[in-house]
Design a protein around this ligand. Sequence first.
Ligand code: SAM
Length: 209
Amino acid sequence: MVFENLRNKMIGMLRERGISDPGLLAAMGRVERHKFVPPGLEHQAYDDKALPIGFGQTISHPYTVALMTETLNLKKGEKVLEIGTGSGYQAAILAELGAQVFTIEKITALGQRAKLLLEGLGYSFVSRIGDGTLGWQTYAPYDAVIITAGAPVLPESLLSQVKSEGRLIIPIGSRSEQMLKLYQKRNNEIIIQDIEFLKFVPLTGKQGW
Ligand code: SAM
């Protein structure tokens, strides 16, 4: 009950900050974010802040998750590749929205922990450990790709694995601050849109830092 109240407050905060997609707000109202944070931090899980999840990594702000997901404008059944599984929270939101979720994490212990948690919660998804900057050719192309770590440049392999009418969202910039960018493929063109400045942990790897 306590967590449900905190979750409702979080949904109110997301509305105030401009998130309006009813399906997304309902999904974020269902996912128990406190199960995705380390023991002892549960009561902070619904505050609008990033929290440490070990190995120098974080679970992103609820607002960041909401903004990135809303911007992707997903339809049920779409194939989505996430780079940076982290806690598994973003993957849970994507699965709640009815997406076919593929997710890659570079840090073995985090990827394994998220897999166990997501399986325990009954989500269906496909995950692996590895360098997500190279994408996941086996299941390509994807309707959408979401990169949840800050990149120095756009990893070309990821854009090449997006469907011809698909989209990709990625924070690009310095190690300390990035611009969230949306890439949309349309009629053989790529439309690039700046969304908002945010702060992410670095995307490491062959086409990262
Ligand atoms: N989406 C996560 C969640 O819901 O908790 C938050 C992600 S955290 C901000 C960024 C994650 O990206 C970290 O877990 C980090 O280890 C991972 N990461 C960084 N570079 C990566 C790469 N090249 N491939 C896969 N994962 C990577």
